[in-house]
Design a protein around this ligand. Sequence first.
Ligand SMILES: NC(=O)c1ccc[n+]([C@@H]2O[C@H](COP(=O)([O-])OP(=O)(O)OC[C@H]3O[C@@H](n4cnc5c(N)ncnc54)[C@H](O)[C@@H]3O)[C@@H](O)[C@H]2O)c1
Length: 206
Amino acid sequence: MKITVFGSGYVGLVTGACLADVGNDVLCIDIDADKINKLNQGIIPIYEPGLEAVVQTNHEAGRLKFSTDVAEGVKHGLFQFIAVGTPPDEDGSSDLQYVLAVAEIIGSHMQDYKFIVDKSTVPVGTADKVRAKVLETQQKYQKDVDFDVVSNPEFLKEGAAVDDFMKPDRIIVGTDNPRTTELLRALYAPFNRSHDRVIAMDIRSA
Ligand SMILES: NC(=O)c1ccc[n+]([C@@H]2O[C@H](COP(=O)([O-])OP(=O)(O)OC[C@H]3O[C@@H](n4cnc5c(N)ncnc54)[C@H](O)[C@@H]3O)[C@@H](O)[C@H]2O)c1
């Protein structure tokens, strides 16, 4: 499957590398040009057991690419993962500016159906804000392109991130229709072979 991951930090890089490792065609996007240059040279910006080998193998095989070109990112993937940071705001709530910036990028560049998967840690109601931002941006550019927004929070632990992603104890998928639940089930099937780790629910519950 064709996958774009916005945000090539801890969660985005591990997600992109592990999804490439099971055969997907993954493009990781970041606005940090230095990070992308390093990744393209095989330099991993974080230390995480096993990650370097997974990144290198899949990068060399052409299944894992890195770029700062956001338009290319939107064009590439049916799946558009949002894995950017959500630092605490001044009042302690999550700062959603990076998440909504990605929603705006997707809305402004999309030409065909996109499946937007929020992997960042966000408060209840964020999927509605992402959907509203994509629609608002489409209207600005006089577009009317179909899309879905789903919630798929990440629970990996730093220090065991690759293992946690490859052998998750649960995969939470929050969707508002059976079709998107099935798309996520298909995506995660390779990580889900011996036991069903997918727990499906509505978006707000996820
Ligand atoms: N690190 C963890 O252990 C962990 C575990 C579970 C969940 N999370 C959550 O996952 C999310 C990401 O966390 P992280 O630790 O990977 O953050 P990070 O800071 O390591 O990476 C975020 C990346 O997003 C990039 N970015 C910002 N705006 C962008 C844009 N518009 N387009 C493309 N890239 C952009 C940044 O340059 C940065 O490289 C957060 O919501 C975090 O709470 C983190």
